[in-house]
Write a protein that binds this ligand. Structure first.
Ligand SMILES: NC(=O)c1ccc[n+]([C@@H]2O[C@H](COP(=O)([O-])OP(=O)(O)OC[C@H]3O[C@@H](n4cnc5c(N)ncnc54)[C@H](O)[C@@H]3O)[C@@H](O)[C@H]2O)c1
Length: 346
């Protein structure tokens, strides 16, 4: 299959690109190379005859039409997005332009291409979204595919809008779509502004380990390579028009997650004192959702997917990867906003 993957120079997109090429698919990686992108993430497949790269912006409809016409993909996996909640609080406009208008352009360009090709049944437009569209849970319960949308940050609202557009293009025009909503990812090549790499890199530098508020916010952690596998499984075998929730069933409070990371670092790179001594509570994020938890029963029962690692094992692999790939993360630490506290708008 030839797959057009948007956002393939980012964290999750690059994991999908690497896995898709390893599985024998031809891949066209379309990416605007924003501050969050790194072509090193796909260096391991860049020389493959199955791989090609298009430096393009999903806000540019003309460029999208040219790329569809030139590459004639069998499927689209749409991951390109502005993805950092803290940045969405400071600069929501970029999230509307890329996540909403950009997805609209992708849908229209894909529709024109698909219609021009005689509406092949086999075509797929797979939209990758987040569990954050469902809002915030109390102490119990999980998000299912039927949970009503209730986004609460500019980021999650823009992703919810894009999900609605995708469903509307399926209902109105018959575009063959698939949707997935997944929980917090972590793993190799995670851009150093997100919680897991921030904690690892600050600990290695002997800097404070910032915890927003009391650290009681719960997230459901998913190893990125398990997510990439799930996404390719949904693309191959998912039922047309259906959405699938993807989660690792690994709920942890932020404080527990950071303490686990500290324990792994104590083991792999012992310092003079336990790393947990660096934990520092800082001002909370405005509108910080209390708890996310995914019920992955549908993808497990219908497609036979299971996460391959526990969060402890996945975090250990992740810490080892950061210890072994210092050149990668040092180069990204100079990018705008990295290492600064963002998203504390008044
Ligand atoms: N990271 C998570 O935990 C998580 C969880 C659930 C869902 N998601 C979704 O998965 C997708 C990928 O997330 P990620 O964490 O890999 O993001 P990321 O920020 O690491 O990467 C995003 C990529 O998209 C590209 N991009 C951004 N704007 C673009 C534009 N206008 N045109 C073309 N390319 C553009 C960037 O250059 C970058 O390579 C997103 O759609 C996100 O909403 C992420």
């Amino acid at each position: 299959m030839k797959i057009l993957i948007t956002g393939g120079a980012g964290f999750i997109g690059s994991a999908v690109v690497r896995k898709a090429v390893a599985d024998g698919h031809a891949v066209v990686n379309l990416d605007a190379l924003t501050y969050a992108a790194c072509l090193e993430n796909v260096a391991s497949v860049a020389e493959s005859p199955l791989y090609s790269f298009e430096h393009a912006d999903i806000r540019d409809r003309t460029a999208l039409d040219r790329i569809f016409a030139q590459h004639r993909p069998d499927a689209v996996m749409h991951l390109a997005a502005e993805s950092h909640v803290d940045r969405s609080i400071d600069s929501p406009g970029a999230f509307i332009e890329t996540n909403v208008n950009g997805t609209y352009n992708m849908l229209e360009s894909a529709r024109a291409y698909w219609q021009g090709a005689g509406k092949p049944d086999s075509f797929r437009f797979h939209h990758i979204s987040t569990d954050e569209v469902f809002g915030s849970l109390g102490a119990t319960g999980q998000f299912t595919e039927e949970t009503p949308y209730d986004p609460r940050s500019p980021y999650s609202a823009s992703k919810a809008a894009s999900d609605h557009l995708v469903r509307a293009w399926a209902e109105t025009y018959g575009l063959p779509v698939l949707l997935t909503n997944c929980s917090n990812n972590y793993g190799p090549f995670h851009f150093p502004e997100k919680l897991v790499p921030v904690i690892i890199l600050n600990a290695l530098a002997g800097k404070p380990l910032p915890i927003y508020g009391n650290g009681a916010n719960v997230r459901d952690w998913l190893y990125v390579e398990d997510h990439a596998e799930a996404l390719l499984l949904v693309l191959r075998e998912g039922a047309l028009g259906r959405s699938y929730n993807i989660g690792g069933e690994n709920e942890r409070t932020n404080l527990e997650l950071v303490q686990t990371l500290c324990g792994i670092l104590d083991d792999l790179r012992p310092a003079k004192a336990p790393y947990a001594g660096l934990i520092t509570h800082v001002a909370d994020r405005p509108g910080h959702d209390a708890r996310y938890a995914i019920d992955p029963a549908r993808i497990c029962a219908e497609l036979g997917w299971r996460p391959s690692v526990t969060v402890e094992e996945g975090l250990r692999r992740t810490v080892l990867w950061y210890l072994e790939n210092e050149d990668w993360w040092r180069a990204l630490q100079n990018r705008a906003g990295v290492g600064q506290r963002l998203g504390v708008a008044s």
